[in-house]
Design a protein around this ligand. Structure first.
Ligand SMILES: [Zn+2]
Ligand SMILES: [Zn+2]
Length: 443
């Protein structure tokens, strides 16, 4: 039975890892975040799914996604067409972001899984497996083919009203690719992968290592025991007194807390707020239809879908493009402010809000993908054409900046600072002054 120590990545609370029934998830007793799922030591299923995903990805990139026919002219697009169109129309930032999120990151994600799982399954080892698995953690949030599919469906709805549109083989490949990647993630236990990659002589800290400590394990955070949790592979390590602490398993430098987390998160969020204005004022695309030209902003796009009676798609676009960015900015701002002030209160709920905003932010890319698909397909000059607008650049900037802001923030500060504030207010009345001095100020 495993008795290894594990620290919650959202609140730093220390737990002793236990064997749990298959299909269940162990959650942090303090903040409620998921800690680990039941150990799955099978690698054949996720490997087979990764190989299937690679084949589907190849089809998705080789064949046309949509074929657009109007006035006797036919236009087809592939996954890369949006990138090329953005580049040709003078929008290199959008070209880069669409390339990263719909092609480069998904490919790296699938390839990394095959590169690491194949040797594990065969019982051998390939060079650089650790580095590949480490890079995967950085790449994962930027792989957005699922969001791309929603953008594709929105574009399809907009086009079917005035032209003939046929879904190509790549469209169906993308439709199959999303559940395949999802299933691959569900069937794979990343902790088990780290244990297989790690040197067999590696010793994990367990409950016995804390026997010497005067502090009981329950109710204690890793920081108070001089322990750090690796942000990449979640291994608990002893903090080095002199110099940086290196994780013996993945090789990354381990920090007690993310450096200047709160100020970086604030700066990125404020930049997103500023960009939110041009994102809504400027058109995200210029649509020409039978000689008439019209500028579409995010809001007018939703209004047009509503007027056309496309309620389900209108609700999706409204939620992804208007509701999610505003709610995300407001909620993150509130979490940062409450953390800065060290407010007590519902810390569990605050952590949950942070986790949810971190998860849903990427879905706002729907509109950017939709513009990339329409601009690549509708190129019939005065009869019908779509050109990207500056609003799309600003909007893409808002999505990226809010994602980076949430990544910069260290949720453990929510708990650190609330606890520190409580201790300080108690010490003001004369008690526990020495405890405050002992803890220091987390930044
Ligand atoms: Zn926790
Ligand atoms: Zn590590």
């Amino acid at each position: 039975m495993s008795r290894r120590l594990i620290a919650c990545e959202h609140c730093d609370y220390l737990h002793v890892e236990e064997d749990i029934p298959a299909g269940s998830v162990a959650c942090c007793v303090r903040c409620g975040s998921p800690l680990y799922s039941a150990e799955q030591n099978r690698f054949d299923k996720p490997l087979a799914l990764a190989v299937t995903a690679l084949i589907l990805f190849a089809i998705a990139n080789t064949f046309p996604v949509l074929t657009f026919g109007m006035e006797g002219r036919v236009e087809t697009n592939t996954l890369a067409s949006g990138v090329v169109t953005f580049w040709q129309e003078g929008f290199p930032f959008l070209a880069f972001m669409v390339a990263v999120t719909s092609i480069i990151a998904p490919l790296l994600l699938i390839a990394a899984h095959i590169y690491v799982l194949l040797p594990i399954w065969r019982g051998t080892s390939w060079p650089g497996m650790k580095r590949v698995w480490r890079v995967l953690a950085v790449v994962r949030p930027w792989s957005m083919l699922d969001v791309f599919l929603i953008g594709l469906l929105v574009a399809l709805t907009k086009l079917t009203d005035f032209a003939q549109v046929i879904a190509g083989p790549a469209f169906f490949a993308i439709c199959c690719l999303i559940p395949t990647v999802l299933l691959m993630n569900v069937t794979l236990d990343t902790r088990a992968v780290w244990r297989r990659i790690a040197p067999s002589s590696l010793r994990y800290l367990d409950q016995d290592d804390l026997r010497e400590s005067t502090m009981p394990i329950s109710g204690a955070v890793a920081r108070k025991h001089g322990l750090l949790s690796c942000h990449t592979c979640a291994m608990v390590v002893i903090e080095q007194e002199n110099g940086p602490t290196k994780c013996p398993r993945c090789g990354d430098v381990v920090h007690q807390r993310k450096a200047r987390s709160l100020s970086r998160a604030w700066a990125l969020l404020l930049a997103a707020v500023i960009l939110y204005v041009p994102a809504n004022v400027f058109p995200i695309m210029q649509v020409t239809y039978l000689g008439r030209s019209e500028a579409d902003t995010i809001l007018s796009g939703v209004a047009a879908l509503t007027a056309a009676g496309e309620w389900p798609i209108a609700i999706v676009v409204f939620t992804a493009s208007i509701l999610v960015p505003i709610v995300k900015i407001v909620l993150l701002g509130w979490v940062y402010l409450a953390t800065y002030l060290g407010l007590a209160g519902p810390l569990r709920e605050r952590t949950l809000i942070y986790r949810v905003t971190e998860l849903v932010g990427r879905w706002s890319m729907v509109d950017v993908f939709m513009v990339s698909i329409l601009a690549a397909l509708v190129k019939l000059g005065n009869i019908a054409s779509v050109h990207p607008g500056f609003g799309a650049v600003a909007f893409c900037g808002v999505v990226i900046l809010t994602m980076l802001s949430a990544m910069a923030f260290d949720p453990r500060l929510i708990w650190d600072r609330a606890e520190l504030k409580a201790l300080k207010s108690r010490s003001d009345t004369g008690f526990e002054r020495n405890q405050v001095e002992k803890q220091g100020t987390p930044s």
